[in-house]
Design a protein around this ligand. Structure first.
Ligand code: SF4
Length: 310
């Protein structure tokens, strides 16, 4: 699995459907296509721009590494093993694992000061007046956390792999590279938490063979519980799950805040019935949510001059 795929576990925490698909390494693009979700992906122009920027930024890496990490180094040296010492390296096709999962990536760029190794990442989204799109930076941080955790698993002294990473982006709308330091320690901790919960996830056999396609595949997908939330727009299954959430009246379709408030009460119909005292809570947890929803319904009625929640 590439780091982006494993980082998906952090992108959609709590979604068993995504966890199961990622753990079984199902090709999400293929699966989304098989169930009729619209295709995504980069345009040829964006891919070409990526390539050009990566080329330009690679040539400027020694200068950026010196400025942001204080490491005096020359052009990156190719290596086939985890490097040690001081310098700048490109580790081609590293053989890395994270727990039992293989981490497949073409290369990892590393800078070393003799004590620590720092991952270096080049991305082509813009840094405008010193600020990049926070959603994109968060996505990169999750992927870098996968790289840091896998490097620590491979390193004889894991602490020597730093969670501080150098992120290189194009300045404004041009192609001039600019560097910024990103500490992915919180993402590394969350990744460990997510991986601990992967073991118990199971997947219907039909989903492992997405070329089956059609309604049978959609049914198989429905058998795996989904948790629609904030990380969903970047998931290849987004359009399918959004449609599903709409058809089933899932509270999460109203946003993360509504989903958190309703906890295990998954549908809007049940939540409204609880709020109006028309449904008997099934246990203590549901009773607590019913009380909270009833208070919210009363506050809404008061604020709107006696009208109740429709
Ligand atoms: S889009 Fe669907 S599968 Fe992807 S994270 Fe959201 S609910 Fe889970």
């Amino acid at each position: 699995m590439d780091p982006r795929r494993i980082a998906g576990l952090l992108d959609a925490p709590g979604c068993r459907r995504r966890q199961a698909l990622d753990a079984a390494q199902v090709d999400l693009g293929l699966l989304a296509d098989a169930i009729g979700a619209p295709p995504g992906g980069q345009s040829p122009y964006a891919r070409e721009r990526d390539g050009t920027f990566t080329h330009l930024a690679t040539a400027r890496l020694p200068e950026l590494v010196g400025r942001h990490l204080g490491i005096d180094c020359a052009a990156a040296v190719e290596t086939s093993e985890l490097p040690v010492g001081a310098g700048l390296w490109v580790w081609r096709e590293p053989k890395l694992r994270l727990r039992d999962l293989p981490v497949t990536t073409d290369q990892i760029v590393l800078a070393g000061d003799g004590t620590h190794l720092f991952p270096v990442e080049i991305r082509s989204y813009a840094c405008l007046d010193g600020h990049a799109d926070p959603t994109k930076v968060a996505g990169t941080a999750r992927e870098l956390a996968v790289v840091v955790a896998a490097l620590r698993q491979a390193a004889p002294v894991p602490e020597r792999v730093s969670s501080r990473c150098l992120l290189v982006l194009p300045r404004n709308f041009g192609l001039a590279p600019v560097g910024t330091l990103l500490d992915v320690a919180p993402q590394v901790r969350r990744l460990g938490w997510s991986l601990d919960r992967l073991d118990a996830v199971d997947l219907p056999a039909r989903l492992r063979v997405p070329e089956l396609g059609g309604p049978a595949l959609v049914d198989a997908l429905a058998a795996v519980e989904a948790r629609f939330g904030d990380g969903c727009p970047s998931c290849p299954m987004y359009t399918h799950c959004r449609q599903d959430a709409e058809q089933t009246g899932t509270v999460a379709r109203a946003g993360g805040a509504a989903a958190n408030l309703c906890g295990p009460v998954g549908t809007a119909v049940h939540a409204l019935a609880l709020a109006h005292g028309e449904r008997t809570p099934s246990g203590e947890a549901e009773q607590a949510i019913a009380d909270e929803l009833a208070r919210a319904a009363a506050a809404y009625g008061w604020a709107t001059g006696g009208r109740s929640i429709p």
